[in-house]
Ligand binder design. Structure first.
Ligand code: EPU
Length: 308
């Protein structure tokens, strides 16, 4: 049984899916997935509790999946329009648009800014929700407005950048905000130079991150810019530490890779062990960057047994 009307179901796609295949970590049980292609149904969709999925690049889903419907924006929300300004352009782009594709478009069009996010795997919606970023730029540095449905509301509205208290890896908007689109204010740039920057960033990532393996990117936020979580974990000798099929990447300490059919429980146990060691030896409580669905938050809190 689904909570939605026959009309809604005729305009959008509803299916039961194994969620793991929609995430880069490739872990997670099943759920009902609604792929939304009609704006007229947003209010009805909003009437029930759902979970919003982007590219699943920063997500760990429990082995039993989730009870709530999972909602993903379809092609109708992957539009892009460009309006020229005196010194560049305003680019409006839907949340279902792929961030990498947008970066490529901006480089070719000579629009500067997005190239600083080269190599970040995300949909625009996911990148907004997480304020995706690199060492040089965060998405919200470029945002002029965002289109959202706020918690407790059913209709979309545009918010100015000043209404979004974005910070490191956070949009600043409340949990349950549904991101539909954004407008980026971009200045003109030389395509060859923008391409060089993007290539350099991607090469640096390829050299320092386990991109060929299944992961959810960085597991923890950096406690401080000068104390990167990856370095902490590395210094404590935890690279290669394993629970079941989950392993701390030997390449980058802040990545957990699913290299052997890992379960969500394996990853959670490994996260507890890392947190326990970092707390015991450095007095630092690592905060998780990766989002979790269908998992009890208690599963990530270390106990005495996690130091063994
Ligand atoms: N380092 C180590 N050992 C490691 C990993 C890193 O010593 O195992 C050292 C590096 O040598 C460097 C410092 O730690 O001196 C920082 O490492 P890195 O340059 O890899 O950056 P990071 O802080 O670990 C951040 C973002 C990444 C983003 C990169 C590049 C966070 C948590 N991570 O990583 O974002 O790709 O900068 O811009 O902010 C993500 O958010 O999922 C993510 C991967």
């Amino acid at each position: 049984m689904t909570p939605w009307s026959a009309g809604l179901l005729s305009r959008n796609i509803m299916e039961e899916v194994a969620l793991g295949r929609l995430t880069t970590m490739r872990i997670g049980g099943s759920a009902a997935l609604l792929t939304v292609n009609s704006r007229e149904d947003l209010a009805e969709i909003r009437q029930c509790d759902g979970r919003y999925l982007g590219r699943g690049a920063n997500l760990l889903i429990g082995d039993e999946g989730v009870q709530e419907p999972v909602i993903r924006l379809g092609e109708a929300f992957a539009q892009r329009t460009v309006t020229a300004t005196a010194d560049g352009a305003v680019l409006q782009v839907g949340a279902a648009y792929d961030l990498g594709k947008l970066i490529g478009f901006c480089i070719d069009a000579g629009l500067a800014g997005p190239e600083g996010l080269a190599g970040v795997p995300a949909s625009i919606g996911g990148a907004l929700a997480m304020n995706a970023g690199t060492a040089t730029v965060w998405l919200f540095d470029l945002v002029q407005r965002v289109e959202v449905v706020l918690p407790g509301e059913q209709q979309p509205r545009w918010l100015e950048r000043s209404e979004c208290p974005a910070h490191y890896r956070r949009s600043g908007l409340p949990p349950g905000t549904w991101f539909l689109a954004c407008e980026l204010a971009l200045k003109s740039g030389d395509p060859a130079t923008l391409k060089q920057t993007a290539t350099r960033l991607k090469q640096a990532k390829a050299a320092s991150q386990p991109l060929a393996q299944r992961s959810a990117g960085c597991i923890f936020t950096n406690p401080k810019p000068e104390i990167p979580a990856g370095r902490l974990i590395d210094e404590l000798g935890l690279k290669g530490l394993r629970v079941g099929g989950a392993m701390v990447s030997p390449i980058h300490g802040n990545f957990i890779v699913n290299d052997h059919g890992a379960s969500a429980a394996d990853v959670a146990a490994l996260i507890r062990r890392i947190r326990a060691r970092v707390k015991a030896e450095r007095g630092i409580e690592l905060t998780m960057e990766v989002q979790t669905w269908g998992l009890d938050p208690e599963q990530f809190i270390p106990g005495p047994g996690d130091l063994g």
